[in-house]
Design a protein around this ligand. Structure first.
Ligand code: ASP
Length: 325
């Protein structure tokens, strides 16, 4: 009897509630966020923190899948070619602005293949070396590289990766080419730097801070105009006399092109909530970064920023004549 009485009003309301339920049903299964670099690196770290916090707001699971290789283009291709239903997303970095010029042949459209959902964060980079490298300051490192340039190598995550761009700036500040060693992401490259099989790497503070603090690698400089609060003892490249060696790495969230606007808006709302999550903000700060302001975690702000950055890099890459193919 009790059951019947409770069930009746619900049944009576069912036809009215149906459209609202249909709309509220996104997501009704796990969302996959593709990271176009190996696990354990900075893009992966940012994506996992964001995915967890977004999942809480969306009331569903957001899983991260690492599709590394080819400087971040393989993972981006996977998302550009995925069903535009909001269930396959991409977290990528500054490479989204450089890849369209660096790669003249790609199996996907690097400019029009995506709907930007929102910016996430901008992360300083650090120039770091293996613990046993025979230099403790930038001046000593420059002298060492000038003496033994052909024997010093520099790890990166492939052409178009942030570590590649940062490495180019370092080499042009020195006016010396170094041997580069590409990885599927700077997560595995960090393992080799700690193990001493590679000598140097440029990478985001989200991957280097804990190793620097633990003393398992050496830090020579941060690549921002001012020092980074979480690494107060590390000088800037500007202080080290290399004012043109500056770069920070922005990250954004993307859906495939033609994802319905309501879904992009819902995802962007969840991103904005995630970026205010206290645990996420604290973890970002520990790793030397902050989430972007809320108005930047929107599709329009992301699109404008992405387009402006791609326009900034195009002539630089064209003038350097260094293409990936
Ligand atoms: N930080 C890397 C880069 O762009 C990529 C990664 O592994 O997240 O060089």
């Amino acid at each position: 009897m009790t059951v019947t009485r409770r069930a009746l009003p619900a049944l009576a309301l069912a036809p009215l509630a149906a459209p609202a339920l249909a709309q509220a049903r996104f997501p009704d299964r796990p969302i996959t966020v593709v990271v176009p670099f190996a696990a354990g690196g900075p893009t992966d770290t940012v994506a996992r923190l964001v995915a967890e916090a977004m999942g809480r707001d969306l009331g569903g699971t957001v899983v991260v899948e690492n599709v590394g290789g080819a400087g971040g283009t393989l993972g981006a291709q996977r998302v550009a070619q995925a069903r535009p239903d909001g269930y396959t997303l991409l977290v990528h970095h500054i490479g989204m602005a450089t890849i369209p010029t660096l790669y003249r042949r790609l199996a996907y459209d690097p400019v029009n293949g995506f709907e930007p959902v929102g910016l996430i964060t901008e992360v300083p980079m650090t120039l770091v070396g293996k613990r046993t490298i025979e230099a403790n300051t930038m001046a000593e490192l420059v002298a060492l590289v000038r003496r033994q340039g052909d024997r010093i190598n520099l790890a990166n995550a492939g052409v178009g990766a942030a570590s590649h761009l940062c490495g180019i700036l370092f080499q042009s500040a020195l006016n010396l080419p170094l041997t580069t060693v590409p990885y599927r992401g700077t997560g595995p490259a960090m393992n080799d730097l700690v193990g001493g099989t590679v000598d140097l790497m440029c990478d985001q503070t989200t991957n280097t801070t804990e190793q620097i603090r633990a003393g398992t690698i050496k830090a020579f400089a941060v690549t921002t105009p001012t020092r980074v609060a979480s690494l107060p003892d590390i000088p800037t490249t500007r202080e080290a006399g290399m004012p043109n060696f500056e770069v920070s790495v922005w990250h954004g969230l993307y859906a495939p092109r033609n994802t319905p606007a309501e879904i992009v808006t819902r995802l962007s709302g969840a991103l904005q909530v995630a970026l205010r999550n206290e645990a996420l903000v604290r973890r970002f700060a520990d790793l030397g970064t902050d989430p972007v302001a809320q108005e930047k975690a929107t599709p329009a702000a992301h699109r404008a920023f992405w387009q402006a950055d791609a326009a900034r890099w195009r002539p630089i890459i064209q003038a350097a004549g260094q293409f990936a193919d």
